[in-house]
Design a protein around this ligand. Structure first.
Ligand SMILES: Cc1cc2nc3c(=O)[nH]c(=O)nc-3n(C[C@H](O)[C@H](O)[C@H](O)COP(=O)(O)OP(=O)(O)OC[C@H]3O[C@@H](n4cnc5c(N)ncnc54)[C@H](O)[C@@H]3O)c2cc1C
Length: 332
């Protein structure tokens, strides 16, 4: 297994910040991964997917592991369902496209989310009322400390909104993920945006739903290849009913969604916009003018510059509204 030295990570993160990894390795299977982990037990480790949800503020004095396991395999099927396993390095949207083409329902609402299959359980990716955890049956990993292979059933993954055991503990390298999908499909009208894009077609096919989502996302979100970004930068805050009441007294139009347990989700984008940051630019960093949740890089290669701007947005939203926004994006 080849280990490279002093590798520039700029091409490996969608914010395009510069940082050098002292050691870098791309294991093609679980055996190679265990071997590399056993060879460097003392090194600090960082696991890298396709780099759409992270950026670097400094060089990494340790070992960057970029899993390279490929392949989409059929595990079993019956008349109603199919179970597939995909390697960590498979492109997420390629997997979604493949499932839609084959008529397998479950992942279509997650069309065009950039990234790798291996990262999908980490923050339990979600969009258009669907979370990937709803389709995952098993996550296969290699333990960073012991180099041992492990498998996590859905219950063991501790999935919640943009969260999982893998995000909390960061001690497993995901090598492959299993998904159970349906062979029939019924569209559920959950999102006004999506239904409008479908021209009120109440019985769309999987492909029609995928294409509609691709059109909406392409219009709404900046392309990281043209304007470097990492998608939604902050999680939507969850408020207690007391927090909700005091915020509504300042912002009567505050969007609110019940999440159970007398908690309320609100919109981070709305708070950033109200704080006056939508479209704001500070040097070479800014908030996207079409969508306040997206921090964009107008040309810096310094992750510290981006991190300083992120802190400013957090502090200003906190000063004005008493809510500390929590980044969804990893800052290394
Ligand atoms: C334009 C844009 C739109 C986006 N829209 C959405 C959206 O709608 N919904 C959504 O949920 N997200 C969205 N995102 C965020 C991003 O697409 C997801 O977080 C995606 O899962 C990132 O995948 P990645 O392979 O690039 O992960 P990376 O950014 O490389 O890594 C993300 C985290 O996962 C860890 N990780 C990566 N691979 C592995 C592995 N094999 N094993 C263990 N840990 C691993 C990393 O250490 C890191 O902590 C968007 C991003 C962009 C740029």
């Amino acid at each position: 297994m080849i280990t490279q030295h002093n590798i520039q990570l700029q091409p490996y993160n969608s914010f395009k910040t510069k940082a050098v990894a002292r050691l870098f390795s791309e294991p093609a299977n679980a055996e190679e991964l265990s071997e590399i982990l056993n060879r460097f037990p003392e090194e600090k480790k960082l696991i890298l997917g396709a780099g759409y949800n992270l950026f670097f503020t400094e060089d990494f004095d340790g070992l960057v592991i970029r899993p390279a396991m490929k392949g989409i395999y059929l595990i079993w099927e019956n008349d109603r369902e199919v179970e597939l396993e995909a390697g960590a390095a498979e492109d997420w949207d390629h997997l979604v496209e493949w499932t839609v083409k084959n008529g397998y329902a479950g992942l279509e609402n997650l069309s065009l989310i950039p990234g790798s299959v291996g990262a999908s359980p980490v923050q339990n990716i979600g969009a258009y009322g669907r979370e990937v955890s709803e389709c995952i049956t098993l996550v296969n990993t290699v333990d960073v400390q012991s180099g041992e292979r492990k498998s996590f059933t859905t219950d063991q993954c501790d999935f919640s909104y943009r969260d999982s055991i893998f995000k909390q503990n960061r001690d497993q390298v995901i090598t492959s993920v299993r998904f159970r999908l349906e062979k029939s499909y019924t569209y559920l009208e959950k999102y006004v945006d999506l239904s409008r894009e479908l021209n009120s077609n109440t019985n769309p096919t999987l492909s029609q739903v995928r294409e509609a989502i691709i059109r909406i996302r392409t219009r709404k979100l900046p392309d990281p290849e043209k304007l470097p970004n990492a998608g939604s930068f902050f999680k939507n805050p969850i408020l207690t009913s007391k927090e909700k009441e005091s915020l509504v007294s300042l912002l009567p139009d505050l969007p609110l969604y019940t999440t159970g347990g007398n908690r309320f989700k609100t919109s981070a984008a709305y708070l950033i916009e109200k704080a006056g940051y939508k479209g704001m630019r500070r040097g070479l960093v800014g908030v996207y003018d079409q969508h306040a949740l997206i921090i964009v890089n107008h040309g810096t290669d310094s992750g510290s510059e981006i991190a300083a701007f992120v802190k400013e947005v957090q502090q200003e939203v906190f000063r004005q509204y008493g809510v500390m926004l929590e980044p969804e994006v990893w800052i290394f």
